[in-house]
Design a protein around this ligand. Structure first.
Ligand code: NAD
Ligand code: G3P
Length: 326
């Protein structure tokens, strides 16, 4: 919708022919954006080759677990000059790859163009109402990030550029783990103090892992770090917060995911990051605790008790580690 508002012709590809028909015939996408009328400049197709033919930019926004499959389908059809961007948030379990790395691997025989990530506090429900939203466009090549900035920028949608791709992708992905935790905390009946603690100490562990993996610590106080962490931990739109909330109220993970019926990226990311923290030797007690709740039958209340009764620490120990890692 933002691209259509900016005067671009937008072709959506979907693997679901019913969704394609609904978008083209009714200008609606009822399951995902109920009540929103899509601009005429948006057309949908179930044929990926037709969708990307002669495209100036190709933007992947499928759930992280479908990224490789869809990028592989794109290979061979992407125009050589097309800007390649994504807005997906997740880390691949086992490989610990970021989304841009998965896309680059799947397209390596076709193009070596650097991928751009568009990330930040941006729930689609509010973007569709044209409410003020700010994001970061990041690529290792500033020129590529600027192209995405120029495509998307308008009076409702402000895009900043940044070249710390590692920090932007990790911040956008790891905040979903903490949002699950914020939802669990609210579901257990804990208050704002607990949520503020989760957000702040969650950011400390995101920054600790991120800097170990090469990110700039400052990125984590930017839009794709603190900004997205705030929106996902506090918004009723957040699928991660809502799923955590159902868990805190006693539902099983399978029940909560069935009720959501949409991508809840934090679940798979928690598993991936708990593994990655061990590999990287980084202390991530909140992530590990949420992993125990999601996959190992731990009771959320017991995990909170464990987190609260760890040995006393100096608050700035973590920040010093982050700075030392630079
Ligand atoms: N919804 C938001 O506000 C928002 C904002 C920023 C980033 N994101 C990120 O965008 C990504 C997608 O989220 P979403 O909200 O659109 O999820 P969603 O579950 O609402 O929609 C996902 C879409 O991908 C399609 N899909 C699923 N598996 C597929 C496959 N194997 N092949 C092709 N298509 C497939 C689904 O049919 C659906 O149309 C996630 O990584 C999410 O974190 C979402
Ligand atoms: O609804 P969530 O929890 O998947 O969050 C969506 C976006 O990442 C918010 O920026």
């Amino acid at each position: 919708m933002v691209l259509a508002d900016n005067g671009h012709d937008v072709r959506l590809w979907s693997h679901n022919p019913n969704q394609v028909a609904e978008i083209n015939e009714k200008r609606q996408n009822e399951k995902y954006l109920p009540g929103v009328t899509l601009p005429e400049a948006i057309t949908a197709s179930a044929d990926i080759e037709e969708a990307v033919r002669d495209a100036a930019a190709v933007i992947l926004v499928v759930p992280a677990k479908a990224t490789r499959e869809v990028a592989a389908k794109l290979a061979g059809h992407i125009p050589a000059e097309a800007v390649i961007a994504h807005a997906t948030k997740g880390i691949e379990p086992k490989t610990s790859k970021r989304v841009s790395q998965m896309i680059e691997e799947e397209l390596e025989h076709v193009t070596h163009r650097p991928v751009v990530v568009l990330s930040g506090p941006s729930h689609a429900e509010e973007v569709a109402k044209r409410q003020p939203t700010t994001l970061s466009a990041s690529s290792v090549e500033m020129e590529e990030a600027k192209k995405v900035q120029e495509l998307f920028m308008n009076e409702n949608f402000r895009v900043y550029t940044i070249t710390d791709m590692v920090g932007v992708e990790l911040g956008g992905s790891l905040k979903n783990i903490i949002a699950l935790g914020a939802g669990i905390s609210d579901g257990l009946g804990y208050g704002d103090n607990a949520k503020a603690a989760l957000i702040t100490r969650g950011l400390a562990e995101i920054a600790r892992l991120g800097t170990k993996l090469g990110a700039n610590p400052l990125t984590f106080i930017g839009l794709s770090g603190m900004g997205d962490l705030i929106v996902t931990c506090t918004s009723v739109h957040s699928r991660n917060w809502r799923t955590g909330n159902m868990l805190g109220k006693g539902m099983t993970l399978d029940e909560a995911l069935a009720q959501m019926g949409m991508a809840v990226e934090g679940v798979r990311t928690t598993e991936a990051v708990a593994e990655l923290a061990d590999k990287a030797g980084v202390d991530m007690p909140i992530t590990k605790g949420i992993n125990q709740v999601l996959f190992h039958g731990a009771k959320a209340k017991d995990i909170v008790d464990q987190l609260m009764t760890r040995l006393p620490k100096h608050e700035m120990d973590d920040l010093q580690d982050v700075l030392n890692a630079r």
